[in-house]
Design a protein around this ligand. Structure first.
Ligand code: COA
Length: 164
């Protein structure tokens, strides 16, 4: 049983994230999307909202588990008996940061493997902060986020109702 974890902040999830999730789901028996209540980042959406948005974004993949986790990814990895963590890589700069995390995680847990999936080129420049920026002006985010959550994101961000 190959269990992969796809971790992230997902504030909010983007089409780029969901592309990685769908491709990862095809490579393993069990995919866990793990939403991090990231204490290093100020988030607009609460953890529960982010978990729910990821769920809504994958209506065709009900078998994908979406949960949140606290603490170190290396510990969560042990807890769920994972075979690998999947991360999307959009650019050289993404890769550099991701490589640092992969090495640190391996030091924390010698069984830790990280698999990088290259982002689709047309999604390479999408990020959660760009989505937040465009949505804050009420702009069209339909090409950047799943249709199931775009109205919710626009409603939240264009009213200026921000959460920390
Ligand atoms: N498509 C679109 N955007 C993508 C993307 C993709 N395929 N892959 C990454 N991004 C963007 C996100 O939109 C986000 O953009 P933003 O900075 O503009 O908001 C950014 O890249 C990173 O977000 P995300 O993929 O959600 O991950 P993260 O870097 O916030 O999360 C964790 C990293 C969760 C893996 C890491 O913080 C972690 O493991 N934390 C647990 C604590 C721990 O173990 N720390 C030690 C690690 S060494």
């Amino acid at each position: 049983m190959r269990t992969y974890i796809y971790p992230g902040t997902f504030d909010p999830p983007t089409n780029g994230h969901m592309d990685v999730a769908r491709r990862a789901a095809r490579l393993c028996d069990r995919l866990i999307i793990a939403v991090l209540p990231n204490r290093n980042k100020k988030t607009v959406f609460s953890v529960d909202e982010r978990v729910e948005m990821v769920r809504k974004s994958l209506p065709d993949l009900p078998e994908v588990e979406v949960t949140c986790f606290q603490g170190l990814l290396a510990d969560f990895y042990r807890q769920v008996d994972a075979s690998a963590v999947v991360r999307g890589s959009r650019s050289e700069s993404d890769f550099r940061l991701e490589a640092e995390m992969a090495v640190a995680n391996r030091l924390l847990n010698t069984r830790f493997e990280t698999i990088f999936l290259l982002s689709r080129i047309e999604l390479s420049f999408t990020s959660s902060s760009i989505v937040r920026e465009v949505a804050s002006y009420g702009g069209d985010i339909s090409g950047m986020v799943p249709a199931e959550i775009s109205t919710e994101i626009l409603e939240r961000l264009s009213t200026g109702d921000k959460q920390s």
